[in-house]
Design a protein around this ligand. Structure first.
Ligand SMILES: [Zn+2]
Length: 132
């Protein structure tokens, strides 16, 4: 299977671990700017994204992000990493490289069924106010 071979999975594991450490440091209160930068990029690391610096403010969001990373690491261990939790399709590698902790493909992340229903409801409501 070419999509997520062992080397790529390892690359994502490294990425996720790094993000995890960054977030843990963030939680511990030390400024992320002083975090040691990884010196070299392992060959086979999937298109290492620009710093996944935690822009989240507040411990709640940091913890949430940590949970996502932990879940992604668990999926890596279980072998289900890279498969969309909603539709079961492969998540594009480019997307995983940008958001390694994601569990949804771009399509599902952009258009969650619930949000789609809400939009439809909203539009139906507008039509009532602005009849043609
Ligand atoms: Zn999906």
């Amino acid at each position: 299977m070419e999509y997520l071979d062992a080397a790529r999975r390892q690359g994502f594991a490294v990425l996720l671990q790094r993000q995890r450490e960054t977030l843990l440091r963030h939680l511990a209160g030390s400024p992320a700017e002083h975090a040691p930068r990884p010196q070299s990029r392992e060959p086979g690391t999937p298109g290492a994204p620009a710093d996944p610096a935690p822009t989240a403010t507040g411990d709640g969001r940091t913890r949430l992000a940590l949970d996502k990373i932990d879940a992604a690491l668990a999926r890596l261990a279980a072998g289900s990493y890279g498969t969309c939790s909603r539709c079961g399709r492969e998540i594009a590698l480019a997307r995983l490289a940008l958001v390694p902790a994601t569990e949804f493909c771009l399509r599902c992340a952009r258009h969650p069924p619930r949000a789609r229903r809400r939009v439809a409801h909203f539009i139906a409501g507008l039509a009532r106010f602005y009849p043609r």
